[in-house]
Ligand binder design. Structure first.
Ligand code: WQD
Length: 337
């Protein structure tokens, strides 16, 4: 079974390619290298002993997508990561986000609907819930008006897939990630944010390396135990393994509906200060930080109810926040060495 992984040189994509190859799948990656380098192929090969097929291609080019599927007509499964994903940037450049994240999805689905059958895994996000009323968050929590064009592209993407699956032979699983963090234990692949990191953990590890003067903690006046915002930080390797399980579920036709949705988190919420403490514990370094005003668009808390993923998908996160922080720190030190 040849599996297409779009955005397969990215953070979550590369970790998923490793797990797919470990399970014996033949993988072909599409990546436009807008947020990754081809060196990641070496990291994947170092871990698995196999270099995946790779095609540099922009999924916004409809004709190129069509040619790809003509050439790789044995692709029957797709894991779709490729998308722009910076919340703040999406507010400044909405059309870039709608064109990239929506058009790419449409062109992929237009090719897959030609096949007698196709399995499609979609990289979605807990951001679709906005600030959920009830914690932990279940999959039937209402999808709320998106707080950013990025979040809106995930909501629209889920709707496009659902409507398309109804009338085609496409079977899909929507995976709503909480906060992916950490790096592979081999230290061969990890997160490589371009420019100033928007996300908490890479900013912490870069501050730990002295690349950033101090971490700005965006708000300590939230209604949480220590006043800082709470998220569900899931190790990227646990997240990657969930994608392989989900793909096998579709290949084996074990899915109960044409489109299934799963929250992927640990089920535990951690505050910003708790993440800082975890970093200080695993790195044995004091992290300089300053309490700043809340960041526009941030929610107070989000952590997953993992019952459906555990009981239906048969997947459970295994790695702890400390293990994630230790792997992220080890990776940062290697990248900067
Ligand atoms: C986590 C917490 C910040 C940086 C976003 C997207 C989500 C997914 C993950 C793509 C928040 C605080 C952060 C900093 C801070 N992205 N923080 N100082 O916003 O929960 O989720 O990234 O799929 O879809 O919405 O992640 O890491 O940016 O922030 O205090 O320098 O850390 O306020 O409470 P977020 P994050």
């Amino acid at each position: 079974m040849k599996v297409l992984v779009t955005g397969g040189l990215g953070f979550i994509g590369s970790h998923t390619v490793v797990e797919l190859q470990n399970e014996g799948f033949e993988v072909v990656i599409i990546d436009n290298l807008s947020n990754a380098t081809e060196d990641v192929l070496k990291g994947i090969a170092a871990i698995t002993g196999k270099t995946p097929l790779f095609e540099k291609l922009d999924l916004r080019e409809k004709a190129a997508v069509h040619d790809f599927f003509k050439k790789h007509n044995d692709v029957t499964g797709v894991i779709h990561f490729a998308a722009s994903k910076a919340v703040g940037e999406s507010v400044e450049q909405p059309l870039l986000y709608y064109e990239n994240n929506i058009n790419s999805l449409i062109y992929l689905l237009q090719e897959l609907q030609q096949k007698p059958e196709a399995s499609f895994i979609f990289s979605s996000s807990c951001t679709v819930y906005g600030q959920a009323e009830k914690m932990p968050i279940t999959e039937d929590a209402p999808v709320q008006t998106a707080m950013s064009p990025y979040g809106n592209t995930k909501q629209i993407g889920e709707e496009i897939i659902t409507d398309t699956a109804k009338v085609t032979n496409i079977r899909a699983i929507l995976l709503r990630y909480f906060n992916p963090v950490g790096a592979h234990s081999s230290n061969e692949i990890g997160e490589l944010p371009l420019g100033v990191p928007q996300n908490l953990v890479p900013f912490i590890t870069q501050t730990g390396m002295g690349l950033r003067k101090e971490l700005s903690v965006f708000g300590d006046d939230y209604p949480t135990p220590d006043g800082t915002a709470v998220r569900d930080y899931i190790h990227v390797v646990d997240l990657a393994k969930a994608h392989v399980i989900a793909l096998k579920r579709l290949f084996d036709k074990k899915n109960l509906q044409k489109v299934e949705t799963f929250n992927l988190g640990t089920g535990t919420g951690s505050s910003v200060l708790e993440v800082i403490n975890s970093f200080e514990k695993v790195s044995d370094k004091k992290l300089p930080y300053k309490i700043m005003p809340r960041r526009e668009g941030d929610i107070t808390e989000a952590y997953a109810n993992t019952d459906k993923a555990n009981n239906v998908l048969g997947w459970k996160a295994q790695l702890s926040l400390d293990e994630a922080m230790a792997s992220a720190w080890k990776w940062e030190q290697k990248v900067r060495s």
